[in-house]
Design a binder for this molecule. Structure first.
Ligand code: SAM
Length: 247
């Protein structure tokens, strides 16, 4: 009788151990499951990657074959990038990260404002970095440093930058949460993050919806990594300049 009881107790014990272990496995799987941050949907915009963050579908990355579009002469008039750079109130010694730098169109304008500082021009496409390197040599510019990032890491040193700027780039980061977390770590105390995006609030701005962003959405996504909205400048023809600092 005691023997039967012991066997029964052992079986019960094994059963509950299994339940406990599989429960742990489920918890571990949930913790590493990026779906907690992102959702993937089969039905989505042809301009997006089917991955959603905070209710927004992430746009497809602009390929390096479209580099000439970023350098189009009409951009000066259409976007007035010099006004944007002037509005950043940069100090000559500032260290700036231009994330999603593309051909360095903005990096080189910023570099002129910070003769004693430097611009980290970060992109995930090596072909874009080759263009930056070429333009750097061609124009004898020494304070722009191209950096090859990955989809979830801009590879910036911690506590190294006064300001991170993303011009028409944030909406196409496939891992916005991870990238922003790293950017926050790279900020010096009182550092700022600037998003420049086409104003999605305005339906008359003739840019694909996923390539525009509302101020409300930007504030929601930045608050997820502890960034606080400081101010928005809306004097550019089609984009807003949304400025954040650490809360
Ligand atoms: C539309 S282009 C804008 C380029 C530049 N900011 C400009 O305004 O001329 C966006 C760039 O972001 C880059 N990009 C996309 N995801 C990125 C990421 N996770 N980290 C860094 N760059 C990224 C793309 O490779 C592309 O060059």
């Amino acid at each position: 009788m005691t023997n039967i009881f012991n066997r029964f107790a052992l079986i019960v014990c094994i059963f509950f151990s299994c339940v406990l272990l599989s429960a742990c496995g489920i918890v571990a799987a949930t913790a590493t499951d990026t779906n907690a941050i992102y959702q993937n949907k089969a039905l989505h915009s042809p301009d997006g990657i089917g991955k959603f963050y905070q209710g927004r579908e992430i746009a497809k990355v602009m390929g390096h074959t479209e580099a000439l579009w970023l350098e189009r002469p009409s951009r000066e008039v259409e976007e007035q990038p010099q006004k944007l750079v002037d509005a950043l109130n940069l100090q000559p010694t500032d260290v700036i990260a231009d994330i999603g730098a593309g051909t360095g169109y903005l990096s080189f304008k910023i570099a002129k404002k910070i003769p004693l500082g430097k611009v980290f021009a970060v992109d995930i496409q090596p072909e874009m970095l080759d263009i930056i390197e070429f333009l750097k040599q061609e124009n004898n510019i020494t304070n722009v440093e191209p950096i090859l990032g990955t989809i979830n890491n801009p590879n910036l040193p911690e506590n190294s930058i006064d300001l991170a700027i993303m011009v028409d780039a944030y909406h196409e980061l496939s891992h916005p949460y991870e990238v922003m977390e790293k950017i926050v770590k790279a900020l010096k105390p009182n550092g700022r993050v600037v998003l420049v995006e086409y104003r999605r609030e305005n339906p008359f701005i003739a840019i694909k919806a996923l390539h525009k962003m509302t101020q409300k959405q930007a504030i929601k996504e930045m608050s997820a990594v502890g960034l606080q909205w400081l101010k928005t400048k809306s004097f550019l023809p089609s984009q807003h300049i949304i400025i954040f600092g650490e809360s």
